[in-house]
Design a protein around this ligand. Structure first.
Ligand SMILES: [Zn+2]
Ligand SMILES: [Zn+2]
Length: 137
C-alpha cells in the first residue's frame, strides 16, 4: 500500500478502516466507520481514533473528504490528483464522485484573480440523482 511505500505503518487498524470505507462505496462519517468497525471487531472503537486515520488517508490521497457531509469516501484513483467534486442526492444521500479539471481550473483562476491563493476548490452539488429524479420527486 501507499502508506508502506512512504515508510509509514499500514497498521491493522488502518487496514480495517480502509476496508470499511472501500466496502461502503459511499461517504461515511468517522462515527459511521467506528460503528461498523465496532461490529466487526467485537469491541468499542472510538470515533476519534477513526477520525485521525481518516485524516491521514486524506493527506495521503487514499480517501476523499466530502466537506458538506463531514464524511469520507475511499479514493478509487489514488494515483491521480484531481480537485474532486461530488454530486450529492438530497433524497437518498447517494454521492457521486466527479472530476472536471476545466471547472476546477476556472475556480482556481477566479480565486487568484481576487488576490487569493487557493489550496483547493471544494465543489459539491446538491440535487437529485438519476434514480430519484426519475421517480418524479
Ligand atoms: Zn476525483
Ligand atoms: Zn437519490
Amino acid at each position: 500500500m501507499v502508506l508502506i511505500a512512504d515508510g509509514e505503518q499500514w497498521t491493522d487498524m488502518r487496514e480495517k478502516v480502509f476496508k470499511v470505507l472501500a466496502a461502503s462505496g459511499q461517504p461515511l462519517s468517522a462515527y459511521d466507520v467506528a460503528e461498523r468497525m465496532s461490529g466487526v471487531m467485537g469491541r468499542r472503537i472510538a470515533p476519534n481514533s477513526v477520525y485521525r486515520i481518516l485524516d491521514l488517508f486524506v493527506a495521503r490521497n487514499l480517501a476523499l473528504r466530502v466537506e458538506s457531509r463531514n464524511a469520507f469516501l475511499a479514493n478509487i484513483h489514488p494515483g491521480c490528483i484531481h480537485d474532486c467534486m461530488f454530486l450529492i442526492c438530497r433524497d437518498c444521500g447517494r454521492t457521486q464522485h466527479m472530476d472536471d479539471d476545466k471547472t476546477a481550473r476556472t475556480v482556481r483562476q477566479a480565486a487568484t484573480k481576487n488576490g487569493f491563493v487557493p489550496s483547493r476548490p471544494i465543489i459539491e452539488v446538491l440535487g437529485l440523482c438519476g434514480d430519484c429524479s426519475v421517480q418524479g420527486g
